[in-house]
Ligand binder design. Structure first.
Ligand code: C5P
Length: 302
């Protein structure tokens, strides 16, 4: 069937409010227990289906590949395999705000946005469950962004999701120290000593599920990558210390890095810290929870 149309999307970033790695698996992945929270920073996408054939990706902002190496392209291919009656040329415009290699899940969120955008434009042939299955083929974090949840406990390699209410424990400041971290590289640094049993993530998830304040919770900010990644990347240790010096009560890595984030008690303090970091030439922003990983519709309308 020939479809035509265009849809704007917001592909939000995420923070892992707690990230435990349980074990290395036989397939090379690791089992996780993590609490994802979508935040209000996002890449802006437009997905268009027009007469013709093929896929095109065009990106502005942070430089990313525009061919098949871009996860958006693969997302369009995966969607076309799942919905074979889609005919048309798929073009994907990405305004890249989220730093690649930052651990904020930008590439995964962009890919989920392509799946949701194409599903929207073609009359929703895939259910939410179907979208999560296709998303998980693209990457471990993609399922969360495709799920429609704003927060979730994720297990398995990150694709087994239990939705949660949004965490009221932000404002946070997120900053990118400059040099990206490769996810596979970071996983390669982990040793047995970094593996834990998942009780912190499950505890934090239970607190959020009960709408209890998690700001002072010891599980908030736990991240298995902090020790091994900062040992290899002292600049990230310095970035964590810098956020603490600026008043953050809890600091952690975003995913496996390279972004670091810190929770502040007051919005004003968070703003002051972000301004200080920006003044030092850093990419830094105050952020609050978002209600979903990907929002479909007019980007300007918020
Ligand atoms: O799933 P994704 O493509 O994002 O993962 C990138 C890399 O990160 C994988 O190839 C693997 O090395 C590592 N990874 C892992 N365990 C996970 C998620 C990612 O080992 N749960």
């Amino acid at each position: 069937m020939i479809y035509e149309g265009s849809v704007p999307l917001r592909a939000h970033a995420k923070l892992n409010l707690c990230l435990e790695v349980l074990r290395r698996r036989d397939d090379g992945y690791h089992d996780l227990a993590t609490v994802f929270q979508a935040i209000d920073l996002y890449d802006a996408l437009t997905v268009t289906v027009a007469p013709g054939h093929g896929i095109g990706v065009h990106s502005e902002g942070w430089p990313v590949p525009e061919g098949r190496d871009n996860l958006c392209w693969l997302a369009a291919e995966v969607f076309c395999e799942a919905v074979p009656d889609l005919e048309g040329h798929i073009s994907i415009e990405v305004h890249k705000i989220l730093p690649p290699g930052g651990g904020l899940g930008g590439g995964s969120s962009d890919a989920a946005a392509v799946l949701l955008g194409l599903n929207h434009l073609t009359g929703e042939p895939l259910t939410e469950e179907g979208l999560i299955v296709e998303a998980a083929r693209l990457g471990s974090d993609v399922a969360f962004f495709a799920s429609g949840a704003g927060a979730a406990l994720a297990t398995g390699r990150g694709e087994v999701l239990t939705p949660l209410p949004c965490a009221a424990c932000l404002p946070a400041v997120v900053t990118f120290p400059g040099e990206p971290v490769g996810t596979a590289w970071a996983y390669g640094l982990l040793s047995e000593a970094d593996f834990t049993d998942g009780h912190r993530a499950r505890w934090l998830a239970a607190r959020l599920a009960a709408d209890e304040p998690a700001l002072a919770d010891a599980a908030l900010g736990y991240n298995a990558f902090v020790a091994p990644v900062t040992a290899a990347r002292p600049d990230l240790r310095e970035a964590l210390d810098e956020l603490r010096d600026l008043g953050a009560s809890t600091v952690s890595l975003a995913g496996s890095g390279a972004c670091v984030w810190g929770v502040f008690a007051e919005e004003d303090e968070a703003r002051g810290a972000a301004e200080t970091l920006t003044g030092r030439g850093r990419w830094a922003s105050v952020t609050a929870p978002a209600e979903r990983g990907v929002a479909i519709g007019d980007v300007a309308s918020g």
